[in-house]
Design a protein around this ligand. Sequence first.
Ligand SMILES: [Fe+2]
Length: 245
Amino acid sequence: MTDLHSHLLPGIDDGAKTLADAVAMLKMQQADGVRTVCVTPHFYPGLETPDEFLARRAAALEQLLPAAAPYGIRLVEGAEAAISETLPELGRLDELCLAGSRTLLVELPVAWMPPWAESVLDELLAGGIRPLLAHVERYSYFRSDFSRLERLVRLGCYAHVTASNVVRADEVGKASRQMLRRGLAQALGSDAHSPSRRPPRMGEAARRLGARRMGQIEHTAAALLGPHTAPPKAPAHGLLAGFGW
Ligand SMILES: [Fe+2]
């Protein structure tokens, strides 16, 4: 299993505070059958440059790698880039992408979708970067109007839902599962921040979703982590009903 979104790198953002926290989460991932974990610390374009971010990330990874070695989990570098009007023009975007791929994990504001968001995503796509929208079930503007998410997926974006939300019984949980079923979200990430407060919970999500859907999700994860430069084609028709999810 692949986790496309996590805050396991110690001491770099609001995720793992210590190396012990990070290792505790790796143990949980291993027990759940996760074999690839993307480490995606928050990157805020207005607050630091890619150079500064990448230096911090490299230092945190250097700390984690030896401790992670016994768990047999492949760690893949990435970033959770907050959307901003300047994002497409920033240098070193390739290095912010999930390592070796052209997939960039992009976070939208929780409370509203900026009017310029679509053109920024379009610009990224035009530059050969495929945005993977983070935890789309968390945005009330998508939950209340799936067509807004559909529009971005048709544009060429991908979207993931959060493992810990997939298992919830409330409106957020239902929206997560519907988004997957309708092809509006195609991938899964834990967005794990800590072993206690926000643990990974990938195994629970996998059991809830079932083997067939997890097979599709894994297939998508492999494609998203692949090296292809051209964005894969978004479903051409029947997005809401016929994507086969
Ligand atoms: Fe995150």
